[in-house]
Design a protein around this ligand. Structure first.
Ligand SMILES: Nc1ncnc2c1ncn2[C@@H]1O[C@H](COP(=O)(O)OP(=O)(O)OP(=O)(O)O)[C@@H](O)[C@H]1O
Length: 276
């Protein structure tokens, strides 16, 4: 699903990613661990086109997204991201937050198809009857899309027990509730993969469990996930693979049992001895 090949990223003359190579397959739950400043967030941000790599490729579903010409909105339909500080829109209600991206993008598809059809109709006027181009079928109206997206959003809110919060603003939610809304917001796009950048780091300890539970449920359902985390329990119990990034490189990659019980890289041994 994602092939990262020799990914490099520098900020000015500071080299942050020094050639990351990794393959993420459908259904993988990849936990990314590493010391502060080692480049974990930069790696995720490159995957989500929030940073332009300085070198290398990221092949996602057959397309190199490290290429500047890639359509970022299209890309993000298929790759969701959940941030440490939730990044909800505070001036939109909870429901609007969940609905916004899918409703906007699907309505935009209709506008694009209508525009293209106008061009096709115009060109068809000059073509012989055997050479006429088919119009793009438009099977739904914007009203139907909005209704459907709203139903899906309400079902997701129900799933996390927050359907009664649909019309409130995010500022009235607890941190754990905000993060769960942020997670279902990315699910609302039906992405192929969701990236999580330290999703529990900004939460009060008592809120961490509810967010991890939702992430575990997603993992059980087969969602492909890449999770930068300090939650060793999650990495041990839920991840299918664990990566250790240190100094901009993947120094170790293994299944959790091997990773935690028999770390080979000396820097990983030192890292684990400090945190476990
Ligand atoms: N936009 C930027 N401009 C300049 N330097 C940056 C930028 N973004 C990140 N860096 C630097 O890149 C390095 C790696 O940062 P990154 O956030 O990827 O690390 P991290 O492993 O996620 O750390 P942490 O666990 O503390 O979040 C840091 O030294 C950081 O200061």
């Amino acid at each position: 699903m994602i092939d990262v090949i020799n990914l490099q990223k520098s900020f000015g003359d500071k080299e942050i990613l020094k050639g990351i190579n990794v393959t993420i397959n459908k259904g993988d739950i990849v936990a990314v661990l590493g010391p502060s400043g080692s480049g974990k967030s930069t790696f995720l941000r490159c995957l989500n086109c929030m940073e332009d790599p300085t070198g290398g490729s990221i092949i996602f579903n057959g397309v190199d997204i490290a290429d500047m010409k890639v359509d970022i909105n299209q890309h993000r339909r298929h790759m969701g991201m959940v941030f440490q500080h939730f990044n909800l829109y505070n001036n939109k209600t909870v429901l609007q937050n969940v609905m916004m991206a899918p409703a906007y993008l699907r309505c935009k598809d209709i506008d694009k198809a209508k525009k293209k059809n106008r061009m096709i109709k115009f060109k068809n006027m000059f073509r012989g009857s055997d050479k006429k181009e088919e119009l793009i079928p438009i099977t739904e109206t914007k009203e139907q899309i909005k209704k459907e997206v709203k139903e899906q959003a309400m079902a997701l809110l129900k799933r996390i027990g927050l359907e009664d919060k649909a019309d409130v603003y995010p500022s009235t939610l607890s941190g754990g509730q905000k993060q769960r809304v942020a997670i279902i917001r990315s699910m609302a796009m039906n992405p192929d993969v969701i990236l999580f950048d330290e999703p529990t780091s900004a939460l009060d300890p008592e809120m961490v469990g509810e967010v991890l539970e939702l992430m575990k449920d997603l993992a059980k359902e087969g969602m492909t996930m890449v999770v930068v985390t300090h939650e060793m329990g999650f990495a041990r119990e839920v991840a299918s693979r664990v990566l250790f990034i240190d100094d901009g490189q993947i120094k170790e990659e293994a299944a959790p049992a091997e990773f935690f019980e028999h770390p080979k890289d000396p820097r990983l041994q030192e890292f684990l001895s400090k945190i476990l």
